[in-house]
Design a protein around this ligand. Structure first.
Ligand code: KG4
Ligand code: ZN
Length: 341
């Protein structure tokens, strides 16, 4: 089955063609980062308008790249939530209009299920069951995954998501949006051991997270240094490293706990923050100790993309699921509500 996937939940227009027999045929992405950077974060209205502009040219591009014609497309998968409503509506309206015009089914995909399944596009995909750490700009969740749509939430962030903590902390330190890659780059120049930041909620049982206090701790440290006349690039890098180490260590401790609790030794990490190489390294070290394995997507498929939506949608379509012609999106949508296939 050849599926066209459309992703428009936030600030990236992603389009891809996935075939259940031949795999991923083409994927194209337009990132709006430059558009939003001057405002220090995503401006929803601008995001929606830009998705409208990019969608059809990107669809033509993937068809060209795959050497396919539109008549070969058998179904359309689009992100129907969670995300920015205006942005989601662009993808949903476009998918439903094309599906109606072409006489093919359309299926709405849960954005986080898309992220969760992105490692399935790699050469050695994980096998069920596994524990998944979903770390994006809007979510930080630990989930036991027994199959597609068989999700048990083990823990989640009580305040900021991990990516959000990277973005907000970066902003407080005068770095550009999005903050995750900026902090990661700066941390490479940092001096290990100069600062040590707290590992929130690791001293009590449970699998929930809280990152907002860490953000304040980082800001206070940066302000104290500046007040003492030290606003050097080196100090900023040292603080970035301490912040990243605290986030990575906290995530690693909680993942280890989740694996122990479930008795599993296979971990999937997905979402924008799973592109972070310090996090990958730390989790690989921890899993080696458990004789287990950590799975993740190539960096391009860790952040938002159309390939993960085409893949996830294809699995649900193959199981016989699709929507009626209504244009329906959801800003909030717990992943455990998804039907099992
Ligand atoms: O999954 P994603 O593209 O969008 C959402 O669904 O939210 O994730 C974006 C988030 C942003 O907060 C960004 O700062 C973070 O992922 N991110 C990173 C890295 N690359 C992206 N965080 C830490 N290290 C990175 N290398
Ligand atoms: Zn995402």
């Amino acid at each position: 089955m050849l599926v066209l996937g459309l992703e428009t939940s936030c600030d990236e227009t992603g389009v891809a063609l996935y075939d259940s027999e031949r795999g991923l045929l083409a994927d194209a992405l337009f990132s709006q980062i430059d558009l939003h950077r001057v405002y220090g974060g995503v401006v929803p209205e601008l995001a929606s308008r830009d998705h409208v502009k990019r969608m059809l040219p990107l669809i033509r591009q993937v068809l060209d790249e795959a050497g396919a014609s539109r008549e070969q497309i058998e179904a359309i998968a689009y992100t129907s939530g969670p995300g920015l409503v205006g942005a989601l509506l662009v993808g949903a309206a476009c998918a439903q209009a094309l599906a109606f015009a072409w006489g093919i089914p359309a299926v709405g995909v849960h954005h986080m299920e898309g992220h969760l399944l992105a490692p399935m596009l790699e050469e050695t995909p994980p096998a069920f069951p596994f524990v998944a750490l979903l770390v994006s700009g809007g979510h930080t969740q630990l989930v036991r995954v027994d199959g597609i749509g068989r999700y048990q939430l083990l823990g989640e962030s009580l305040d900021d998501a991990a990516g959000e903590a990277f973005d907000k902390t970066a902003k407080l330190m005068g770095l550009r949006y999005p903050g995750g890659p900026e902090i990661a780059r700066l941390a490479e120049q940092g001096t290990a051991g100069r600062f040590t930041f707290p590992r929130p909620m690791t001293d009590r049982p449970g699998l929930d997270f809280s990152f907002s206090g860490l953000k304040t701790f980082t800001l206070n440290t940066w302000q104290q240094c500046r007040d003492a006349g030290d606003a050097s690039e080196q100090t900023r890098a040292d603080i970035a490293l301490a912040f990243q180490e605290a986030v990575v260590d906290t995530l690693t401790i909680k993942c280890k706990r989740a694996l122990k609790q479930t008795g599993l030794n296979s971990l999937v990490i997905a979402g924008g923050v799973s592109a972070n190489s310090a996090l990958r390294q730390s989790l690989e070290g921890m899993l080696a100790g458990l004789k287990g394995k950590v799975f993740y997507a190539r960096p391009r498929f860790c952040t938002d993309n159309g390939a993960m939506i085409a893949y996830a949608g294809c699995q649900r379509l193959l199981a016989g699921q699709h929507e009626g012609p209504e244009i329906k999106v959801q800003a909030r949508w717990p992943m455990e509500q998804l039907p099992a296939i």
